[in-house]
Design a protein around this ligand. Structure first.
Ligand code: PMP
Length: 286
């Protein structure tokens, strides 16, 4: 596997040991990360991923000490150091090295991990409704891509796998559709592409926002709406949208089989065209 790390000013080919049992980021989750991609040399929306990891750090009261622009150029530099004919996952992270009970002052460190990760299959498989929910905005740092939020999604994922599915759909605290465990969700109804309206309980992803623009520009009707579990049960298409798999189709929801449909096909094609355009001229930030 091809991989590279940036840690304390150096490029490393082996994983640096960044934590220990007394470090607060290890035992109580004072860490944030972002997930971006290099797809055969293109880094779609890398500027927005770099901005988000800085915002996430601040939301967790970590002191980032690096500007988004510097992170963006480290990510580009990392990709340039690896063979350009492959796909990589790009993970910039901030974490506290403190040993107390809360992050303090300047105890925040940065590490960047870039490792080979081929784009997954366009069909993500079957999905089911999870018994786990996203937490409310006053119950967790839902505005950050914080490590401490992820074990809940992991429990949802393992529950889904136990039931023979590939992905769980989590509801928000009000019982409306929120997202998959690590990706956003779209459904198609009467030809309209619908995605849950951002309400702070789930990550309004960079891929989700990019897709809203691409579909709208292409003349496909888009709605950001409150979606109920009933809407899922009657959807014509269900689409997964996130950095890791970009745009994927769900082929079964609970006991109902679904055929990847025209909106999925168009959304994926538009996103892949966008990736190609990023290879030449990176998109301006939002
Ligand atoms: N929700 C969660 C919980 C995620 O981890 C991700 C992946 N970052 C997403 C949604 C999709 O966001 P993005 O398109 O920014 O990757």
């Amino acid at each position: 596997m091809k991989q590279i790390f940036f840690y304390r000013g150096e490029w490393l080919s082996n994983e640096p040991m960044v934590s220990g049992p007394l470090q607060i980021s290890f035992w109580s989750g004072s860490s944030v990360f972002d997930g971006a991609r290099a797809i055969k040399g293109a880094l779609p929306d890398i500027g927005l991923h770099a901005q988000r990891v800085v915002r996430s750090a601040k939301a967790m009261l970590l002191n980032p000490g690096l500007e988004a622009k510097e992170i963006e150029s480290l990510c580009r530099d990392a990709a340039a150091r690896l063979p350009a004919d492959r796909d990589y996952y790009i993970r910039p992270m901030f974490y506290s090295t403190g040993q107390g009970v809360a992050p303090e002052g300047n105890d925040t460190e940065f590490v960047l991990a870039v490792f080979e990760a081929p784009l997954p299959d366009p069909i993500a498989g079957g999905a089911c409704l999870s018994s786990f929910r996203r937490c409310a905005v006053d119950q967790g740092p839902t505005n950050a891509k914080a490590g401490c939020l992820y074990p809940n999604g992991q429990r949802a994922l393992l529950e889904a796998r136990d039931r023979g599915f590939d992905l769980p759909v989590l509801l928000d605290p009000n019982g409306n559709v929120a997202e998959f465990s690590t990706a956003n969700i779209w459904i198609v109804k009467d030809g309209v592409a619908k995605t849950p309206a951002a309400n702070g309980t789930f990550l309004s992803g960079i891929t989700r926002r990019r897709l809203i623009r691409l579909l709208t520009q292409d003349g496909i009707p888009v709605e950001e709406a409150v979606l109920s579990p009933e809407d899922l049960a009657t959807a014509e298409e269900i689409i997964v949208c996130g950095n890791f798999g970009k745009i994927q189709a769900i082929d079964r929801f609970e006991d109902r089989m679904l055929t990847p449909g025209p909106v999925f096909e168009r959304a994926r094609a538009l996103y892949m065209q966008f990736v190609e355009s990023e290879r030449q001229v990176p998109a301006a930030a939002e």
